[in-house]
Unconditional design. Sequence first.
Length: 93
Amino acid sequence: MILGKVIGNIVSTIKLPVFQGYKILVVQPINPKEEIQGKSFLALDTVQAGIGDRVLVVDEGNSSRLIMNNPTAPVRTMIVGIVDDIQEFKEKE
C-alpha cells in the first residue's frame, strides 16, 4: 500500500465502460510526515476522496481487479481508504 495525498482530478468525457462510475484522481506519494516521496500517479477512486485528502492506495492489478469484480479490467492503482490520522510509534531510548 502507498500513503498519498490527492492533488488533482482528471476530467474525461469519454472513457472505457469499465471505468464508468469511478473518478480518476492524481495522487502524490507522501511519507508519514506528509513529505513528498516520488512521482505522482493516477488512481481510480473507490471511497469518494477529494483534493487534499490523505489516502491509502493499492498498487497491484489483481487486487484492483478484485475490488472492481472484473478479472479483465485494465487497472492497476485504486484508492481504497481515506486516512483520518497518522500516528507514529517512537521507541524509548
